[in-house]
Every structure is written in C-alpha cells, then in structure tokens.
Design a protein around this ligand. Structure first.
Ligand SMILES: Nc1nc2c(ncn2[C@@H]2O[C@H](COP(=O)(O)OP(=O)(O)OP(=O)(O)O)[C@@H](O)[C@H]2O)c(=O)[nH]1
Ligand SMILES: [Mg+2]
Length: 309
C-alpha cells in the first residue's frame, strides 16, 4: 500500500529491553497517534518482541545488547531510511503518555521546533509518584550540564522526545547508554536546532522500575556531564580546586612554621601534608592551564587558519 503523501508521515520509536508487561499497551495506544511504531529490541530475554509485533509494531532486533544509545542510533537510521516527516521516541515501560504525542508533534509540524522534549519541569508538566531522590538527581545533572553549555533545558533527562526531518538528518551522537540524553542536547545546541519543551506527565507508578539501575544510570550521566565540563572549561574544573588546594597548603605551611613550639611529630605531619596538598594543587592548576590553552590554540587554528566557525 502506498504512502499518503498529502499528510506528514509520522513514526514512533521505542527502545525496548524486557518490557513484556507494558509493551502491548504502549504500542496499541501509540498507534492511535502515528503511522507506524518501531521497537528496537536489545536482546530481551522475555516475550517483549513477540507481543510488540502482535500489537502491530515493527521490531528491529539487536543480537547483542547495545544499550539505550545504540537503540536510538538504530531508530534514527531507520527513520532516515523511511524518510519520515517526524520521529517521536518514547519509553516502552509505560512511563510516557502516548496521549501527549500530538502535543509533542505540534511544534514540529507547524515549524516552531526541530526537536521537542516532554518535560516534567515546565508549567503543566510533572511526575506521578516521582521519588524525591530522582528529582534531585535530575536537577544535579541538569545543573552540571548547564555549567558546561547553557542548554536552558529544564528536563534534560526525559526520554520522551520528538524530531523533525531536519533534526534527524543533522543530529549525530555516539554515546551507548543514557548519557546520550545530554550528548544529543549538546549536539542540538551546536547545530543551532530549535529545542522546545512540551509539558508532560511522566509516570513512576508503572510495573517495573529498578532504583538500583536508575541510580547507576544517574551516575553514568553525571560523569558524562562532568567530563564534558572539564573538556570545555578545564580551568574551572581543575584550576579552581587546584588553587583551593594550593591556598590550603600555604595556610597549613604557615601554621606549621608559626607553631615551631609544637611537638616535632605534629609539625612534621602537618608539614608533609602541606607539601603533598600543595603539589597536588600545583599539578591540577598546571593541567587546567595547559588544557585551556590547548583548547584556545585549537580554536584559533580552526577559526583563523581554516576558516571554520
Ligand atoms: N534497546 C534498549 N532499550 C533499553 C535498554 N535499557 C533500557 N531500555 C529501554 O529504554 C527505556 C528507558 O529505560 P528505563 O530503564 O525505564 O530508564 P528510566 O525510565 O530512566 O528509569 P526508570 O525510572 O527506572 O524506569 C525503556 O523503554 C527501556 O525498555 C537497552 O539496553 N536497550
Ligand atoms: Mg523507565
């Protein structure tokens, strides 16, 4: 059957890993709002793939687990091949409301946005039964990522995202896990895509959900944010703590000198600590300075010599 070219062709994509309890309902509900659903099954050991297919989804199988980022790469590849007008990505565990898909697509279809994010933290959005530690974790990650690049996005951790054809063509990422959430936002910022947050409710009262996995994902994403920050602002990340350590060392050294009357043991102990802390401080500051000037030099080379901006 040919495609109706008089209206936009919309596909929903779902990363899927052992979601047999929820995938059937999510696919059925999602198909009410899109032309096709693609589930990327990442080596599930349960009946997820069979149920998704029975409910009308196309299932793409990875033979080995390639993580959330790997699943998104596969989805982008297929969406480009299918020449879709928009791709909406949502979780297969029932946390995202399929009923919000039209609201997610609207800014894309009317040309206001290239990329939308279903957001818990804009007016009208929220999370049912969202544990406080999750909220805190998201805020910490968002604050860290805003230090390196002022993304201005309130919900950097929502996996409910929709993309225009242009965004699908231009976005590139290579993270394997959930850190993809930030890499994609940074890439969108560098490519000057128009990112809009759409209020949505993300559910936490779904059958599955492991606190351990969520915390470990949280640390992976935070580590990525800090690495990105140290690449972009090495002087802030290394130089500032280095300077703090150097100042501490100086203060300790001065105290050790002044307290000559104190017992020899304590004196030596403090003196040695002062030397170590001082050396660490100097090393961090020096590394920060070297990286910062390397970055400036590289930028200078690219912009001035090769005309790249
Ligand atoms: N393809 C693929 N999908 C995955 C993988 N890990 C998780 N997913 C899917 O990605 C979506 C989000 O994963 P979750 O584990 O629910 O992550 P989360 O929503 O941040 O964490 P919770 O709040 O605990 O649910 C779900 O639809 C999962 O089925 C994976 O390794 N490969
Ligand atoms: Mg989930």
């Amino acid at each position: 059957m040919g495609r109706d070219t008089s209206r936009p062709y919309i596909v929903a994509g779902m990363p899927m890993y052992n979601e047999e309890e929820t995938i059937g309902t999510v696919v059925t509900r999602t198909l009410r709002h899109v032309d096709a659903v693609i589930c990327v099954d990442d080596g599930s050991s349960d009946a997820s793939a069979r149920i998704a297919e029975a409910c009308g989804a196309t299932v793409i199988r990875h033979r080995v687990n390639r993580g959330y980022g790997g699943a998104l790469k596969t989805l982008f590849l297929h969406a480009r091949e299918l020449d879709v007008d928009a791709l909406v990505v949502l979780d297969s565990d029932g946390q995202h409301e399929s009923e919000d898909i039209p609201a997610m697509l609207e800014p894309i279809l009317n040309g206001e946005a290239d990329f939308t994010i279903g957001s818990r933290f804009v007016e009208g959005g929220g999370g049912t039964d969202m544990p406080a530690y999750r909220r805190l974790g998201i805020k910490v990650i968002t604050a860290a990522s805003n230090l390196s690049s002022d993304l201005g996005i309130k919900d950097t951790q929502s996996g409910f995202r929709a993309f225009s054809k242009m965004a699908l063509d231009r976005l590139r990422f290579d993270a394997e896990g959930m850190e993809l959430s930030l890499e994609m936002l940074e890439d969108a910022q560098e490519k000057q895509l128009n990112v809009v947050e759409v209020p949505t409710i993300i559910r936490y009262d779904v059958p599955k959900g492991s606190n351990f996995t969520a915390v470990s994902h949280g640390f992976t994403v935070l580590t990525w944010a800090l690495l990105s920050l140290s690449q972009k602002k090495p002087l802030l990340v290394l130089g500032l703590p280095g300077f703090g350590l150097l100042a501490t060392s100086a203060a300790m050294g001065m105290r050790a000198t002044q307290d000559l009357t104190l017992q020899l043991d304590a004196l030596i102990g403090d003196g040695i600590s002062a030397v170590w802390i001082g050396l660490l401080g100097l090393a961090l500051m020096a590394t920060g300075l070297v990286l910062q000037s390397a970055q400036r030099f590289l930028k200078h080379l690219l912009v001035r010599e090769f005309g790249l901006d």
